[in-house]
Design a binder for this molecule. Structure first.
Ligand SMILES: [Zn+2]
Length: 213
């Protein structure tokens, strides 16, 4: 189960206003196969066409069907970087500031991390192992998208003064960067393929190589 709630901090913007956007964003990803609803603060899905389900959809179904309850406590306009595992919060502006591929990777990461934390709803003290498993979930998602089992995680690091990057490498001669940039407290993010010194957004790379979805 995924429970949606909001934390309205003083001086912040009310995150509840952006929840319909979050649901719409989910529904733009693969609406011919699966649709999501916010049913009394619990995220639910309805299969439209099982034949068109993707790796992201399968993971979301698994999370939603899980007996454990994991909260997504949405906050807005915070200085937190995308999410806080310890507080159970997700900065909805940062999450929605991601490209479609980054949005999916971030949601997979956050949910895998939380579902892999024993009794996450009550104890949020364990982080390292769930974080590693969350990176495995991202790597597996990239492998599926790129039809490339050689993709492997190579690290995460600060990049310049206002950036953060997760990097991956393929045996087929390209690298992947999942890049986050912060400006005025707002995070935007996208995924890039770097090959022969060319930098291509993942959605364009998939389209050019006819690997869409
Ligand atoms: Zn993590």
């Amino acid at each position: 189960m995924i429970q949606i709630s909001t934390v309205n901090r003083r001086h912040g913007e009310d995150p509840v206003l952006r929840i319909p956007e979050f649901i719409n964003r989910l529904n733009q990803i693969n609406s011919r196969a699966i649709l999501y609803t916010n049913n009394n603060r619990t995220l639910q899905y309805r299969i439209v066409d099982i034949a068109n389900i993707t790796n992201f959809d399968r993971n979301m179904m698994r999370f939603i069907d899980d007996d454990a309850m994991v909260p997504l406590r949405f906050v807005s306009r915070t200085s937190e970087f995308v999410d806080s595992h310890f507080l159970g919060t997700v900065d909805i502006d940062d999450l929605l500031g991601g490209s479609n591929h980054s949005f999916q990777l971030n949601l997979l990461h956050i949910l895998e991390e939380r579902f892999r934390t024993p009794d996450y709803a009550h104890r949020r003290t364990i982080f390292d192992r769930p974080h590693q498993l969350a990176i495995v979930a991202e790597r597996n998602h990239l492998r599926q998208l790129l039809h490339d089992q050689s993709v492997r995680y190579t690290g995460e690091r600060e990049r310049r003064s206002n950036g953060y990057v997760f990097t991956y490498r393929s045996d087929r001669g390209y690298r992947i960067e999942h890049l986050f940039q912060t400006a005025n407290g707002r995070v935007t993010s996208d995924v890039f393929i770097i090959q022969n010194n060319n930098r291509t957004p993942l959605n364009e790379f998939l389209r050019d190589n006819q690997l869409a979805n």
